[in-house]
Design a protein around this ligand. Structure first.
Ligand code: GLP
Length: 255
């Protein structure tokens, strides 16, 4: 097996990178028809300039074109924390409403995320996976990269056939995401619902976005991988033939 990735898109800054990816997504959204496979969306700081660029571009569309896109909007987010109300400002549902749903006025029901507030987490995860399967699986999947190599909330070690499920979050991930929780890793929920590698690898096309110096070390590890390693969940992407890696100069910087 050859190394990762199959296609590499580099830009000097995160803004330039996100604008280039937003342009590509815009073209794909123009070609979308009702009933097409849903978009697979991600959260996290990496995605903020991407959604901002996409919103800017879509606001330039003719009113009727944008209305047609929104009428057929269908997306499934990767993951959601458990134990936060949907209205909690730290929930991924709120993140999506702020970054994309609000600015584009996409109805909440069309912008789907796992129900992190459900008392029955396993049931909510199974229902989410089943809803995605009924829609035919993901079309275009956006992914960020965790500093421990996770994608979605698929923490290491992780196998390729694991489906949508409840997961425990590692201390590395709770540390990484503490910023939204007053800087306190202990305040970050200890579990989440995530799509598994099973659903992610079944996407038609995947765009992994990695920006900033803080991701340089994990990106080097990923680029050095020649075969999937359960300790590096993102390395399962080696199994997929249509993966693009989008990285800025800082993420690609040497040690
Ligand atoms: C988070 C999320 C991922 C996200 C990744 C990177 O924990 N579960 O979906 O892509 O880690 O986050 P960030 O972009 O904030 O670095």
């Amino acid at each position: 097996m050859s190394g990762f990735p199959h296609q590499l898109e580099q830009r000097s800054t995160a803004e330039a990178l996100c604008d280039a990816l937003a342009e590509r997504l815009e073209d794909q959204l123009r070609a979308r028809r009702c009933g097409d496979r849903p978009l697979g969306l991600a959260t996290g700081r990496t995605m903020e300039p991407l959604y901002a660029a996409l919103v800017r571009r879509l606001h330039g569309w003719r009113t009727d074109e944008l209305a047609a896109l929104k009428a057929c909007w269908s997306s499934f987010n990767l993951d959601e924390y458990r134990g936060l109300a949907a209205s909690d400002p730290r929930s991924y549902r709120r993140f999506m409403a702020e970054q994309l749903g609000g600015p584009l006025q996409i109805p909440d029901a069309a912008l789907r995320l796992p129900d992190g507030s459900a008392a029955d987490g396993d049931g909510a995860a199974a229902a989410y996976g089943a809803a995605l399967a009924r829609c035919g699986g993901i079309g275009v999947q956006l992914l960020g990269l965790g500093s421990n190599g996770h994608v979605g909330f698929n923490e290491p070690p992780c196998e390729a056939d694991l489906p949508c499920r409840v997961v425990s979050l590692s201390s590395a991930t709770r540390q990484q995401n503490a910023g939204m929780f007053g800087g306190d890793p202990a305040a970050v929920p200890s579990s989440a619902i995530t799509l598994g590698l099973r659903e992610i690898l079944a996407a038609e096309e995947i765009h992994l976005v990695v920006t900033g110096a803080a991701k340089a070390a994990i990106l080097r590890r990923l680029l050095a991988a020649t075969q999937p390693d359960p300790q590096l969940p993102a390395s399962w992407l080696l199994r997929h033939s249509r993966v693009w890696l989008w990285a800025d100069a800082q993420a690609l910087s040497p040690p």
